[in-house]
Design a protein around this ligand. Structure first.
Ligand SMILES: [Mg+2]
Length: 118
């Protein structure tokens, strides 16, 4: 059976708590860390063409590097949501509903402009 978000959060919290790191995990520090890890995802494309970046997950090394950085981002996202009592699943559903109003299919299909320019 696949992990649920609570399973994954519990694994991250256990990892943190075994190391007594909760003391360092104020919300601001978690937000900073999320952005730093997101930058590490982006770093994987530094100096690469679009095609080279698209090919990254096709090699075992590239796949591992990208999945490691995605996991780091995911871990901090889970910690932020836990700290702020955010139900990530519900938050995503709510935001998708908001985005659907901003980007109605008939106006946005096949277009990349921001909602304010549609
Ligand atoms: Mg990282």
């Amino acid at each position: 059976m696949p992990d649920t978000l609570p399973d994954l959060l519990n694994a991250v919290l256990a990892f943190r708590d075994e190391r007594h790191w909760a003391q360092f995990h104020g919300l601001k520090h978690l937000m900073v860390s999320l952005c730093l890890e997101a930058a590490e995802v982006l770093e994987l494309s530094q100096w690469k063409s679009d095609a080279e970046t698209d090919a990254l997950p096709l090699s075992p090394e590239g796949y591992e590097a990208l999945s490691d950085e995605c996991a780091d981002v995911f871990a901090y996202l889970l910690l932020i949501a836990d700290k702020a009592n955010i139900d990530l699943g519900a938050a995503l559903r709510r935001k998708l509903a908001k985005n659907a109003l901003k980007y109605p299919i008939e106006k946005s299909i096949g277009r990349r402009e921001k909602y304010s320019q549609l």
